[in-house]
Ligand binder design. Structure first.
Ligand SMILES: [Zn+2]
Ligand SMILES: [Zn+2]
Ligand SMILES: [Zn+2]
Length: 345
């Protein structure tokens, strides 16, 4: 059961192809260490609101969402916030129709205009239900548009359309006592969103989270990031915890590699940083010791909660502590790495 205070559940921490990848015999893809199995990246924020209702907000809905929902016994999604429209972040949207049934209510979907264009194209059967030949079991979703967090009144480069809402800094999205503030990130040339997440300031939920022993809020979710624009550093200050793209050792045009993620994590200064969107080049036990304090590798099922140290939820009601990391100093013997072939990620 979700705790009353908010917590972050890392549903998946893998890159677009998932790990292990199909048709690969590298050390990671053949690893028996469960930390080397990474479903597609996404997260859930779980809490109980002031009136005692359990709440769940999903960050993206990737192709492994069904598996992830079953593993963690998710029965609802009050809202889904999309970071961008790549298929590894939205091809699980069809499966949320089961949440509609369980909750008996529609789901609020928050996305930027550019993402909505993709959602309408891919999920025509959901958003243009009247044109389906047979009436079928499709998700019941409410369209909500996220304004450009830069407040720029500039048209979208592809559609030529203005953002639906304009002006000022990022407009926070408040959902049942939790605040999700969109933050502009760059994924190669593609502008995408990260989210700063915290209880709405001044509320009882905020006060109780603040007084808790392991409060991870403010928390930020920054997947698929290759650059943080200058204006976005401010909304990412003062973080207790951060999830940040850290794809692999070698550089990549649209993702932070480990070195760049470590640099960005140091500049952001969160108390704890967990890398996500990790590819099969990274072997957890071999490579995590090279990360400097306080950077660690995300793990599928990782839970950052207010009242317990970070733990791994392995199934409904089952969890175990995150094993400690024995960090390697540059003087220690370095591991031998055989890099898998280069491929797009
Ligand atoms: Zn991705
Ligand atoms: Zn592999
Ligand atoms: Zn992407």
């Amino acid at each position: 059961m979700p705790s009353a205070l908010p917590e972050i559940l890392f549903l998946g921490t893998g890159t677009s192809s998932g790990v292990p990848v199909i048709a690969c015999a590298c050390d990671t893809c053949r690893s028996s260490d469960p930390r080397d199995t990474r479903t597609r990246t996404g997260a859930a924020v779980r809490w109980t609101d002031d009136s005692g209702h359990p709440r769940v907000v999903l960050l993206d809905a990737g192709p492994d969402l069904r598996t992830q929902a079953l593993r963690h016994d998710l029965w609802r999604a009050d809202a889904i916030l999309f970071t961008h429209n790549h298929v590894d972040h939205l091809f699980g949207l069809d499966d949320v129709r089961r949440f509609n049934v369980a909750m008996r209510s529609p789901i609020d979907i928050y996305a930027e205009e550019r993402v909505w264009e993709a959602l309408h194209r891919v999920y025509k059967h959901v958003f243009d239900r009247a044109s389906n030949i047979n009436d079928s079991f499709v998700a019941d979703l409410i369209e909500r548009r996220i304004a450009d967090p830069d407040g720029a009144n500039t048209p979208d480069p592809r559609s030529g359309r203005l953002p639906a809402a304009q002006g000022g800094s990022a407009v926070p999205i408040d959902i049942h006592g939790m605040r999700f503030t969109p933050v502009r990130l760059l994924h190669g040339h593609l502008p995408i969103l990260g989210f700063r997440i915290e209880p709405v300031p001044g509320t009882d939920l905020a006060r109780r989270a603040l007084a808790s022993a392991h409060n991870p809020f403010p928390f930020a979710w920054c997947t698929d990031t290759s650059a943080i624009p200058p204006k976005s550093w401010l909304p990412l200050t003062g973080l207790r915890a951060l999830a940040l793209d850290g794809l692999r050792h070698r550089s990549h045009p649209t993702h932070f590699n480990l070195d760049r993620a470590v640099d960005a994590a140091a500049r952001l200064g969160a108390d704890q940083t967990w890398l996500i969107h990790i590819a099969h080049e990274v072997l957890h036990a071999r490579d995590e010791p090279d990360m400097p304090e306080p950077v660690r590798f995300g793990i599928d099922g990782l839970v950052l909660s207010c009242d317990q140290p970070p733990r791994i939820e392995t199934g409904p009601g089952r969890s175990q502590p995150v094993p400690p990391v024995d960090r390697r100093s540059p003087d220690d013997p370095q591991p031998v790495r055989v890099e898998p072939e280069d491929e797009p990620s």
